[in-house]
Design a protein around this ligand. Structure first.
Ligand code: NAI
Ligand code: MG
Length: 498
């Protein structure tokens, strides 16, 4: 048993996994980068190097795309019946369950998030996503279409076919969940995949690759190439033999993906940033709304695209709600994620730490006040205090831009009819929430908000069956549910003269 800068013993399988440089998964084999290069991944709780990982670039991406193309066109995968794909996906979910403790520890060490949440959220959700998509493999249907051509008789129908080779680029905030959200629907639909995990958190995706192999997926169906965005990611997005690119990450890189995809006009789906409004009406049940609003911004250290980062509160209860969220923030046990008592961990990287602290400085400089928090936590590791900013104005950077940290701006409102305008005053449109006891208010506001998700009297409720994605600059397309499957299929119309 090894320990990693923490009094907590880690699983011996995890310790073993971290010892050797992790290779990439191409065509069913574990290989080094063509360049021979490796990069380091860090433990965010200490800033120390956690493991070495082979660094893929355009050469490795090309090898992986060739393997995925071959597996799409030849070998067992294209001949496999849907029920067999379903069985493999289900088997993968079972393997995740079998290795849940190991995966949870690996996720926590690489990302920093509390082990508590890796155990009860990340790992089980990844398994649930594969199970849900396993059910879809046998239910991807076309339809028969009555057409109106005169004179002859026709029989017309549609088929939904796999789109081909999918390139998938994922971020670091929920590494294993992101991998499952991307791989699940692609594999259920019969695509083959090249997955590029985030350079900050490649480890659970690589361990997942071993489980994919163990589950019995044919060689080349899933290829996993760790590496940096500007090199491996960009090569994947631009590759002329990739049929579809799916991306989750920053809006800025989302735009680069669209440009890169233009070369061969590959299909694109994007899940990007957000600045989601969380609206508490005067009649809300504050026993739910206050902890719910704290969870909306502090869960996962605020590193979640759906974070409720603009808290709008009716002025009659503003002070009470702000004090309540501040009080809730004090209850977090802040520490290394690997300590099972921790409920708020470090941010993922030095870069994110600097980014979030930069926003805190800019907010204060612009005249905002921290009702609680507002600073980096001294010492090693990338820790930031959970923060509530008040006295903010709509034009401030902290109100307009995605901070991606445990920082919420609290804004009072007086006119319930005007609040939707403020809520929609953003380029984003990912998520939102309404807290009220009035059913009519809830659904009226839900109808007017320009966002892909509206939560009523709850927050951060995700499900494999529930479409998730953004309006406006929060993205293109919806993951999860039937729409998630449709991102990986093409419709073919077949028309026969009888
Ligand atoms: P990013 O968008 O740069 O990285 C996400 C993924 O894209 C990673 O796998 C990265 O390697 C890849 N990537 C980066 N540049 C690329 C390029 N030119 N071509 C292809 N792939 C590329 O996000 P980053 O820098 O890690 O975080 C910056 C900000 O992005 C965060 O502060 C947050 O606001 C936002 N973000 C949003 C996420 C979401 O869930 N919507 C997740 C992560 C970050
Ligand atoms: Mg970046």
């Amino acid at each position: 048993m090894a320990t990693i800068a923490s009094p907590v013993e880690i699983n011996s399988e995890v310790a073993d996994f971290l010892k050797r440089p992790r290779k990439m998964f191409i065509g069913g084999a574990w290989v080094e980068a063509a360049s021979g290069k490796t990069f380091d991944t860090y433990n965010p709780a200490t800033g120390e190097v956690l493991a070495k990982v082979c660094e893929g670039d355009h050469v490795d991406i090309d090898r992986a795309v060739k393997a995925a193309r071959k597996a799409f066109e030849e070998g067992p995968w294209p001949d496999m019946v849907p029920a067999e794909r379903a069985r493999l996906l289900w088997k993968l979910a079972e393997l995740i369950d079998e290795h849940k403790e190991e995966l949870a520890e690996l996720e926590t060490l690489d990302n920093g998030k509390p082990l508590l949440f890796s155990r009860i959220v990340d790992v089980p959700t990844a398994a649930a996503n594969f199970r849900y998509m396993s059910g879809w493999a046998t239910k991807i249907e076309g339809s028969t279409i009555p057409i109106s051509m005169p004179r002859a008789k026709y029989f017309a129908y549609t088929l939904r076919e796999p789109i081909g080779v999918a390139g998938q680029i994922i971020p670091w905030n929920f590494p294993l969940i992101m991998a499952s959200l991307k791989l699940g629907p692609a594999l259920a639909a019969g695509c083959t995949v090249v997955l590029k995990p985030a350079e900050q958190t490649p480890l659970t995706a690589l361990r997942l690759g071993e489980l994919i192999q163990e589950a019995g997926f044919p060689d080349g169906v899933v290829n996993i190439v760790p590496g940096f965005g500007e090199t491996a990611g960009a090569a994947l997005a631009a590759h002329p033999d990739v049929d579809k690119v799916a991306f989750t990450g920053s809006t800025e890189v989302g735009r680069l993906i669209v440009t890169a995809a233009a070369g061969n006009l590959k299909k694109v789906s994007l899940e990007l940033g957000g600045k989601s409004p969380n609206i508490v009406f005067a009649d809300a049940d504050l026993d739910c709304a206050i902890p719910g609003s704290a969870n909306a911004i502090f869960f996962n250290q605020g590193q979640i695209c759906a974070a409720g980062s603009r808290l709008f509160v009716h002025k009659s209860i503003f002070d009470k709600v702000v004090a309540g969220v501040a009080e809730a923030s004090k209850k977090f046990q802040i520490g290394p994620g690997i300590d099972p008592a921790t409920t708020l961990g470090p941010l993922v990287s030095q870069e994110q730490l600097e980014r979030v602290c930069g926003y805190l400085d800019s907010g204060i400089k612009d005249g905002a006040k921290a009702a609680i928090g507002g600073r980096k936590i001294a010492g090693s590791g990338y820790f930031v205090e959970p923060t509530v900013l008040v006295d903010v104005r709509p034009e401030m950077k902290v109100v307009r831009e995605e901070i991606f940290g445990p920082v919420v701006t609290a804004i009072p409102f007086s006119d319930p009819n005007e609040i939707v305008k403020s809520a929609n005053d953003t380029h984003y449109g990912l998520a939102s929430a309404v807290w009220t006891r009035d059913v009519s208010t809830a659904h009226k506001v839900a109808a007017k908000i320009r966002a892909g998700t509206v939560w009523v009297n709850c927050y951060n409720i995700f499900d494999a069956a529930l479409p998730f994605g953004g309006y406006r600059q929060s993205g293109w397309g919806r993951e999860c549910g039937r729409e998630g499957i449709e991102l990986y299929t093409e419709t073919k119309a077949v028309c026969a003269q009888l």
